[in-house]
Design a protein. Structure first.
Length: 456
């Protein structure tokens, strides 16, 4: 459903290239375009699962989430480099395509179409599956059609590059030499499988950096460096067209990877702040309405003081949980529709509660708001367990009980079964007291760790 939306991201590259033609052939000078993108992770508070196809396409979704730094860093990074080195001794253009994950210590030089289309995470270079899917969607949309729809015969590698070269008139623009395209990523401070939306936000980062580098390379005359951090999004209402395209392109890549997933992760990383996001029912390509809460700096500071994020030390497999929930919805299992509607309504309710923090209120009134948010957070947790019983287990329930003595409400981030637990501390409670409580309980909670995460 989202591939055409993803491909439309490419059209701006193609259309822009018609405005002015870069003739490096005449310059005979090397050129390099570097684009770096750093994005935050995200924490989901309410509405998770209502953003997941096919429910969100039929009924629309509503989500409350917020962007976070970890240890005061933006943890998700990508770098795309497009360079050309003229060489009259070359016969035409020699192409080098490299994908690399620095944190996973995996690098692959794409030598043929089979390398490019090996998106499976279990493959030899599975750690760069995301990168290959992003390259494929951004540069070679025709190959995407084959991969997903099995229409026609897959073209040879030489034809794929020739079609790309012809589309952008590269032979005329560049002449002979080496064209190198490199996409590199690094995720820091986040263990794998923790429910912070990392994989979707990484896809977004890679799409943004590669698109920027390719677009500038084709349409401009000089080398350039771009460094992009998550922007302040000032527009409340329907997201602008470029952001819509990027968000739906992430869904397209997830289809290519066969991982599924919804839309709230990438919005959590694309837009700063605390957000309420909704989509309408029965839209082929979701259109996102985004409300960013207008918190004062004092409210943000207070929020981060109240926030507690605890790492369970347990990785969880979101894909398995996602598959069960989606299968249950598609099979219209008893009660699942009612639960998903309640999950949507919980996001609507929390949006109204957070709205109270946009106003100037006294500290005791603010404390009551956090009490209310805590009750709502507990209700969200109960609905997630109702939707999928593997969301929690006996050990995690014990963690909830310990944290419940110190927090107004607690909830597992993401698909559950592990990862991070969040809550808002009760008045006077400190992280050190919570940490001491865990340590006093011995080995059973020795792996539990309180983390430094902040709303940005």
């Amino acid at each position: 459903a989202f591939i055409s939306g993803g491909q439309s991201l490419l059209h701006s590259v193609q259309d822009d290239s018609n405005d002015q033609k870069l003739n490096l052939k005449q310059q005979q000078q090397p050129i390099q375009v570097l684009s770096e993108v750093r994005l935050p992770a995200r924490i989901i508070l309410a509405g998770g699962w209502s953003d997941t196809p096919s429910f969100t396409l039929e009924y629309g979704g509503e989500v409350v989430n917020f962007a976070i730094s970890i240890n005061d860093k933006l943890p998700i990074y990508s770098r795309s480099t497009v360079s050309f080195h003229p060489n009259p001794n070359e016969e035409g253009i020699r192409v080098v395509l490299i994908v690399k994950s620095e944190d996973q210590k995996c690098e692959q030089i794409i030598k043929d179409v089979n390398d490019l289309m090996a998106f499976e995470f279990t493959a030899l270079h599975g750690a760069v599956s995301v990168h290959k899917a992003v390259v494929c969607l951004t540069l070679f949309p025709d190959v995407v059609d084959y991969k997903l729809n099995r229409k026609g015969t897959i073209p040879e590698w030489s034809k794929i590059w020739k079609d790309f070269s012809d589309r952008y008139n590269l032979d005329t623009l560049l002449g002979s030499g080496e064209l190198r395209v490199e996409l590199v990523s690094e995720v820091v401070e986040i263990p794998k499988g923790t429910g912070l939306g990392t994989s979707s936000i990484l896809i977004l980062s890679c799409l943004q950096s590669l698109r920027t580098a390719v677009n500038h390379f084709i349409t401009n005359k000089t080398s350039a460096t771009f460094q992009t951090n998550v922007p302040d999004y000032k527009h409340n209402g329907i997201a602008d067209a470029e952001l819509q395209k990027e968000l739906n392109a992430v869904l397209a890549v997830e289809q290519m990877l066969n991982t599924g997933g919804g839309w709230q992760d990438q919005i959590g990383g694309a837009v700063k702040g605390m957000k309420y996001v909704s989509t309408n029912a029965r839209e082929i390509y979701p259109r996102y309405t985004i409300k960013v809460f207008n918190f004062s700096e004092q409210v943000k500071k207070r929020f981060n003081q109240k926030l507690i994020v605890v790492y369970t030390g347990v990785h969880r497999a979101a894909k398995k949980v996602l598959s069960r929930v989606v299968d249950n919805w598609n099979g219209r299992c008893k009660g699942i529709g009612e639960t998903l509607i309640k999950i949507k309504e919980a996001a609507t309710k929390m949006e109204k509660t957070f709205g109270k923090l946009e106003k100037e209120i006294k500290e005791e009134e603010e404390e009551k708001v956090y009490e209310e948010l805590g009750r709502e957070l507990n209700e969200v947790r109960k609905l997630n367990v109702e939707l999928e019983e593997s969301f929690t287990n006996e050990w995690i329930d014990e963690l909830f009980e310990v944290l419940g003595a110190w927090c107004y409400g607690v909830h597992l981030v993401g698909a559950g079964s592990g990862g991070y637990i969040i809550g808002w501390k009760r008045q006077g409670a400190q992280n050190k007291q919570v940490e001491d409580d865990f340590r006093a309980r011995g080995e059973r909670f020795s792996q539990v760790e309180i983390c430094n995460m902040k709303l940005i």
